[in-house]
Ligand binder design. Structure first.
Ligand code: ATP
Ligand code: MG
Length: 453
C-alpha cells in the first residue's frame, strides 16, 4: 500500500531511461512511475500523489501533446489539488503556457537541472500542504456537515441527529428510503461528520453496473486476469482506503458478490480479481437501498448473514409526502437557488402553487420536487410561479387518519397547521401567525407547547 502520502510524487514519462534518471534524482521523495496515460490514471487512483511531473508526449501520440493534455485534464478533474509540473521538450513554450492555463502548477523545459526539479517539487509540496491545512481548518469551522440539508420535519431531524451521533463510531450504516429521499446526501453527510472527512468518499451503484463487471469494479483486477485486463486496476473498495465507501442499491448485489463482500467485511482484506495477494483495506461502509432488504432475506435474494453485518445501524428515511411542511420549505429553497442560478430576480411561489406542492404525493421525492421547481423557474413568465408552471394538478384533499382521541387529534392538527404555515411563510413567524389567524405571541406559545423550534 502507499506509504507516506505527503511526499509521494508521480513521474509520468514514456522514455524509460529518462524516467529512471528522474526517479533517481528525486531520492528525497517517494517516487512512483507511469509510462502512459492509463497507467498514470491508475497510479493516481491508487496513491493520490500530491505532486505529478508529466511529459506531454505520451504513447500512442509520443510526438504530439494530445495524450498529455488529456491526462492533465483528467488528473485535475479527479483531484483538483494535484500540483502538476509539466516537462516540455524543445520549443515547448506554447504548450507550457497552455498547460498552465489548464491548471498545471508549473513547467520545466528539458533538459533540466535535477536541483531545479527538486526545488520545484519541494515548492509544489509546500503549497499543497498549505492548501490541505486550509481545507482542514475550513472543515473544522463548518460545524454542521448536514447543513445543506433542508428540513423541519421531526423525523428527518432525528435522522440527522442519528447520523451525527454514529459518524465517528465507524459502525456500518444502512440507509433505507425511497428513490430521491436523500440517501446519498446523508451518506456524504455521515462521511463529512466523521473523522474520515479528510479522506475520500467513494460511491458505487450496484444496480447500475452489469453483473460481470461489478466484481472487478469493487475489488479491482490484476493485469492479465481476463481478456482486456491490460493493466492492474484498483477497485472501488481499495480506492476508498481510509475513507468511506457507499454501496448504493445494495439490494441489487448479485448472490456470488454478496459472499465476497461478506468475506471482506469479516476479514477486511481484499483480493483483486486474478490476484493472489491479500490487501488490507480500512473503509467505513455505508449502504443504501430503496428495497425492503429484510424481506429480500426471507425470499433468499439477500444473504441474512450479510444483512446483519451491514445493518449495524439502520436509518429509515421518510418519503417527502410524510414530512410535514418540508415540501413547501424545500420548494422555497429550490426557487431561491435556481433563480440565482438563472439570474432571475425575486421569483416567488403563488398560493395555488404552494397548495399544489403540499397535496402532491411526490413519488420521486426530493429529486422530483427539485426538477419540478427547476423547470418552473425556467418556464415562469411573471415573477410568480403558478401551479400551472409546475405542471401539477390542483390535487384533492388528503384522506384524514381516523383517530378518536380528540385532544390528540387537535394537537396533531394544530401541529400540522403550524408547521405548514411556517413552511409556507418560509420561517417568517409574523406571516405564519397572520395565515393562522392568531397573534405572534400566541403562535410562539403554540410552537413551544407543540415542541416546535
Ligand atoms: N433535505 C434535503 N435538502 C435539500 N436537498 C436535498 C435534500 N435531500 C435530498 N436533496 C436533493 O435531492 C436530490 C436527491 O437526493 P439523493 O441523490 O441523495 O437521493 P437518493 O435517495 O440517493 O436517490 P436515489 O435512490 O434515486 O439514488 C439531490 O439533488 C439532493 O441534493
Ligand atoms: Mg442515490
Amino acid at each position: 500500500m502507499s506509504s507516506d502520502k505527503r511526499t509521494q510524487v508521480l513521474i509520468v514519462e514514456d522514455d524509460l531511461a529518462l524516467q529512471k534518471q528522474i526517479k533517481w534524482s528525486l531520492d528525497a521523495f517517494d517516487a512512483v512511475t507511469a509510462d502512459d496515460r492509463e497507467s498514470a490514471l491508475n497510479q493516481l487512483r491508487r496513491h493520490a500523489p500530491p505532486v505529478v511531473t508529466m511529459d506531454l508526449g505520451l504513447p500512442p501520440d509520443a510526438d504530439g501533446t494530445a495524450e498529455g493534455f488529456r491526462l492533465l485534464e483528467q488528473t485535475l478533474a479527479a483531484a483538483p489539488d494535484t500540483k502538476v509540473i509539466v516537462l516540455t521538450g524543445q520549443n515547448g513554450e506554447a504548450n507550457a503556457l497552455k498547460a498552465v492555463a489548464m491548471g498545471a502548477y508549473d513547467f520545466l523545459a528539458k533538459p533540466f537541472e535535477p536541483e531545479v526539479l527538486n526545488l520545484t517539487i519541494e515548492r509544489a509540496f509546500r503549497l499543497h500542504e498549505l492548501q490541505r491545512e486550509n481545507q482542514r481548518l475550513q472543515a473544522m469551522h463548518q460545524p454542521d456537515a448536514l447543513g445543506g440539508l433542508v428540513t423541519r420535519d421531526p423525523q428527518v431531524l432525528r435522522v440527522c441527529r442519528t447520523i451525527e451521533k454514529v459518524a465517528n463510531s465507524g459502525a456500518t450504516v444502512m440507509l433505507l428510503g425511497e428513490s430521491g429521499t436523500g440517501k446519498e446526501v446523508l451518506a456524504r453527510g455521515l462521511h463529512q461528520s466523521s473523522n474520515r472527512k479528510g479522506e475520500r468518499f467513494v460511491a458505487i451503484n450496484c444496480a447500475a453496473i452489469p453483473e460481470n463487471l461489478l466484481e472487478s469494479e469493487l475489488f479491482g483486477y490484476e493485469k492479465g486476469a481476463f481478456t482486456g485486463a491490460a493493466k492492474t486496476t484498483v477497485g472501488k473498495i481499495e480506492t476508498a482506503h481510509r475513507g468511506t465507501l457507499m454501496l448504493d442499491e445494495i439490494g441489487d448485489l448479485p448472490m456470488p458478490l454478496q459472499a465476497k463482500l461478506l468475506r471482506f467485511l469479516q476479514e477486511r482484506v481484499i483480493e483483486r480479481v486474478g490476484g493472489r495477494q491479500e490487501i488490507p483495506v480500512d473503509v467505513r461502509i455505508v449502504c443504501a437501498t430503496h428495497q425492503d432488504l429484510k424481506q429480500l432475506t426471507t425470499v433468499a435474494r439477500f444473504r441474512e448473514d450479510l444483512y446483519y453485518r451491514l445493518a449495524e445501524i439502520v436509518v429509515q428515511i421518510p418519503p417527502l409526502r410524510d414530512r410535514v411542511g418540508d415540501p413547501a420549505l424545500l420548494a422555497h429553497a429550490f426557487v431561491r437557488r435556481f433563480s440565482q442560478e438563472q439570474n432571475r430576480r425575486s421569483l416567488s411561489l403563488s398560493e395555488d402553487a404552494l397548495r399544489a406542492i403540499e397535496v402532491h404525493r411526490w413519488p420521486g421525492n426530493i429529486r422530483e420536487l427539485e426538477n419540478c421547481i427547476k423547470r418552473a423557474v425556467i418556464m415562469a413568465e411573471g415573477n410568480q410561479i403558478t401551479a400551472d408552471d409546475l405542471g401539477l394538478p390542483l390535487g384533492l384533499e388528503d384522506v384524514a387518519e381516523p383517530s378518536l382521541d380528540l385532544r390528540a387529534v387537535r394537537d396533531e392538527a394544530e401541529k400540522k397547521a403550524v408547521i405548514a404555515a411556517l413552511s409556507r411563510a418560509n420561517g417568517n413567524v409574523l406571516k405564519a401567525a397572520e395565515m393562522l389567524g392568531v397573534s405572534r405571541p400566541t403562535l410562539y406559545d403554540l410552537m413551544h407547547r407543540l415542541g416546535l423550534k
